[in-house]
Design a protein around this ligand. Sequence first.
Ligand SMILES: [Mn+2]
Length: 312
Amino acid sequence: MARKQPARSNHTVAILGVPMDLGSSLRGVDMGPSAIRIAGVRERLGRLGFKVQDLGNVEVPHASVAGRGSPRLKYVQPIRRACRVLAHTVNRTLSAGAKPLVLGGDHSIAIGTLAGLALHARQRKKKLGLLWVDAHGDCNTSRTSPSGNIHGMPLAVALGAGNRLLTALAGKSPMIDARRTVLFGVRDLDMGERANIRKLGLRAITMREIDEHGVYAMMQEALKIVAAESGDGFHLSFDIDSLDPSYAPGVGTPVPGGLTVREAHLIMELVADTGRMLSCELVEVNPVLDRANATAKLAVDLLESAFGASIL
Ligand SMILES: [Mn+2]
């Protein structure tokens, strides 16, 4: 039998759901992993030639029974507990040679994913990059956040800024080097976040730059940073709210003026072309606000592109 996809066929993708909505003020993103599974993620990646394993969900308490704690850092304890479990599962998955695909859930779960990547990288002295595609900066701390919602903080946490309960999740902080990190497609930043981004030395590529130069040119710059030859691959953290709400209505925090479906596919296709994506997460699908699961279906289309599907 002809081997059509030798580069892919011996890769295992491990799906991990995190039904978390404690990091956001709107309820419902906890149903995201289920919606993305119903949209056929396992089958579609399987058709690309991957061996796909579904490891099930990390346990997360529902908001009605979880302790909210401080209004500056809402639900920090249950979020930390779930992220710790996620971190160990991601670390174990990577050690077994599989690619983790983490399905959210709100974006606070990235703290767990990145802690797992950091643990894995440290044991092997690897240098990891991070491509964070998002409408928002996710660079607040409990001091700058207007809401106290942790899904507005995970990028800052991964880069070492924020409460120690979260930043210390992988032992050493930061989890990821800001010089190997790019925030891509951002269009809505809080005042404190702008200062945090500057302080962290993070390259943030705004929607304005994408309007001026196009996704292709801006992705070339982004990939030079996150997928650098001197590094050992990168993690893609993709917030579905980076798309325009006209295409992706079922999201945690919609902001007009986002990426088109084609622009989002191009991002994913360019990611796949590098062959250097180690792990991936897709977050903030909110079925409660969706229309007939359209946003979860779009999420699966995009994941397919990120894992190497091509039109021709
Ligand atoms: Mn986000």
